[in-house]
Design a binder for this molecule. Structure first.
Ligand code: HEC
Length: 215
């Protein structure tokens, strides 16, 4: 017998001792005598590999219980939880402090880079704004957005606020907060501001008492 086949039979023996599987063909020996509508049961032993794993968890639990009783100052789930929550909160705070524009409405500034304006223009179409304000912003159901008369305010914060919370109740301008992201609302507001003073084909008469920019 070569060395490798010896090893193999050693391995086989090991596997057999780990599973203690009953010889095939001799199931009758371990067949239990009850019968549930034709379903019968074999009285197999628990496989040792599984049983050893179970014993190991029992052994570990002894150390674990000891740890909980005598060392709970150092290792407690509550302490661990609180430490992780505090760390998470610190990370969120640091992110907010580093990106005020993303969280604090009072920090919103109008974007003027070509990419943001192009994105705002694209959103004006894809988010169906044009249906009520027209593609050249001249106005139809909704007011003209190119003149300097505003119902709700024409500075970037006011426009952002209108997009977030909608217009006056029942006028048709819904709140977009749940369907347009914060960043996109800033891009849309910036695009609208970039169209300020343009000349739409059929401009709707000015509406609103707020003048912006001031004349
Ligand atoms: C269903 C029609 C409709 C759609 C769609 C619509 N609007 Fe409006 N919008 C209105 C109406 C009506 C008003 C006037 C609200 C009021 O009188 O309070 C308005 C007001 C506004 C105002 C404020 C104007 C002012 O004078 O203060 C802005 C800015 C605006 N819309 C931008 C948008 C943008 C951007 C979109 C797309 C995300 C959009 N609207 C989609 C109908 C619409």
């Amino acid at each position: 017998m070569s060395k490798s086949s010896e090893n193999l039979s050693g391995w086989k023996k090991f596997m057999k001792s780990m599973t203690k599987a009953h010889e095939l063909g001799t199931e009758e020996d371990i067949l239990l005598d009850h019968d549930y509508d034709g379903i019968r049961e074999l009285d197999n032993v628990l496989p040792p590999w599984w049983l050893y794993g179970f014993y190991i968890t029992i052994a570990i639990s002894v150390f674990y219980i000891f740890q909980v009783f005598y060392n709970s100052e150092e290792y407690s789930q509550e302490k661990e939880y609180k430490a992780e929550v505090a760390q998470g909160k610190a990370e969120v705070d640091a992110y907010k402090a580093a990106n005020p524009q993303l969280f604090d409405d009072s920090n919103i500034v109008v974007l003027t880079d070509a990419e943001s304006i192009a994105k705002g223009k694209e959103l004006f179409t894809s988010k169906t704004c044009f249906a009520c304000h027209l593609a050249d912003l001249g106005g139809s159901i909704g007011p003209n957005l190119t003149d300097n008369k505003w119902i709700l305010g024409g500075d970037v914060k006011s426009i952002f606020n209108t997009l977030t919370n909608g217009g006056r109740p029942g006028k048709g301008m819904i709140a977009w907060e749940s369907t347009i992201t914060r960043e996109e609302r800033i891009q849309l507001a910036s695009y609208i501001i970039s169209m300020q003073g343009s000349t739409p084909a059929n401009p709707k008469a000015p509406e609103g008492d707020i003048t912006w920019p001031e004349e």
